[in-house]
Design a protein around this ligand. Structure first.
Ligand code: ADP
Ligand code: MG
Length: 287
């Protein structure tokens, strides 16, 4: 027996590196791919759950150990939000993510963006990822203007770059003079539009948009589509989580359907949207 394999019989994806090297870091060369997500798991720990607290004694020692340093009385409940998701993304792709509420879409984006620790698997990203989800990064008590600065800095722009792009961001968002008001005075649509304007202004390599586009009017959606196309042309990759299948269909080329933390389907936009639509279609009760 020999380890040698006939040429062409098996494609060898092993990178030619010392196995003791650390995993590729952001900015790594992924051979033309922008992102590799390999068997990713994310588990949340929720403290103070009821279910285990009411159960048998064998947990109590562990519970006491776990709770030694704080005053949680209940148990630790694990929520396995992402359970073994794998896919690769290429430069220039716009990928929609659909799935029912609680299926793990936001968790997946946050994990890929490096904002959440993985409980298993690996994410390789070539370049910088930026995620400004509906709840991320911006501060309600500050004005839109301050948030543009903070959001821009959080995305890796310099203060000068943010100032250069300030007018463009305000104009893109369409919020007008409201930029001088604290964001808590904004409607959810205004907030979402400003978030999208900020996060896309940085022209990141991987742009992740979580539920920001469904709220805009037709004109804003057209601007957004143009911005997304621009980023794709510059070889960026976009992930778009949206309740609006219309937005996903018009802006994406490919769709991932996440269900109960697993990848249920990954394919061309119409194929997956049709299947998902059929799946979620309200059915009349059988008579
Ligand atoms: N911070 C958190 N702590 C504990 N559980 C969470 C947290 N965020 C989300 N979850 C749970 O993880 C699962 C996936 O949630 P999420 O990623 O927000 O889904 P989606 O974005 O598809 O609606 C849900 O069961 C949700 O309750
Ligand atoms: Mg979500």
């Amino acid at each position: 027996m020999t380890d040698q394999k006939p040429l062409g019989e098996e494609i060898d994806f092993e990178p030619d590196v010392d196995p003791t090297d650390p995993a590729p870091k952001p900015g790594a060369d992924l051979g033309g791919l922008s992102l590799i997500v390999d068997d990713v798991h994310v588990t949340y720990r929720v403290y103070g759950g009821r279910r285990a607290a009411a159960s048998g004694d064998e947990l109590s020692v562990v519970r006491r150990l776990l709770n030694r340093t704080n005053r949680h009385i209940g148990a630790v409940t694990e929520v396995k939000a992402i359970r073994g998701v794998s896919f690769v993304a290429r430069h220039g792709e716009a990928i929609g993510i659909v799935g029912r509420n609680g299926s793990g879409k936001s968790t997946l984006l946050r994990a890929v963006a490096g904002l959440l620790p993985l409980s298993g698997g690996t994410v390789y990203i070539s370049g910088e990822a930026s995620l400004l989800g509906v709840n991320a990064a911006l501060m309600k008590d500050l004005t839109g203007e301050r948030n543009i600065m903070i959001g821009g800095l959080a995305l890796g722009l310099t203060a000068t770059e943010v100032r250069e792009r300030y007018d463009e961001i305000v104009e893109f968002s369409g919020i007008g003079d409201a930029v001088n008001l604290p964001m808590k005075a904004y409607s959810s649509g205004m907030g979402a539009r400003l978030r999208f304007a900020i996060s896309s202004a940085a022209r990141p390599d991987v742009l992740m948009v979580d539920e920001a586009l469904a709220t805009g009017d037709a004109e804003f959606r057209a601007r957004s589509k143009q911005r997304i196309d621009e980023i794709r042309e510059q070889a960026g990759t976009i992930f778009l989580v949206s309740h609006s299948l219309a937005a996903v269909r018009s802006m994406c080329s490919r769709v991932l359907w996440i269900d109960k933390g697993k990848l249920r389907m990954d394919g061309p936009v119409d194929e997956v949207c049709d299947a998902y639509q059929e799946f979620t279609r309200p059915r009349r009760p059988a008579r």
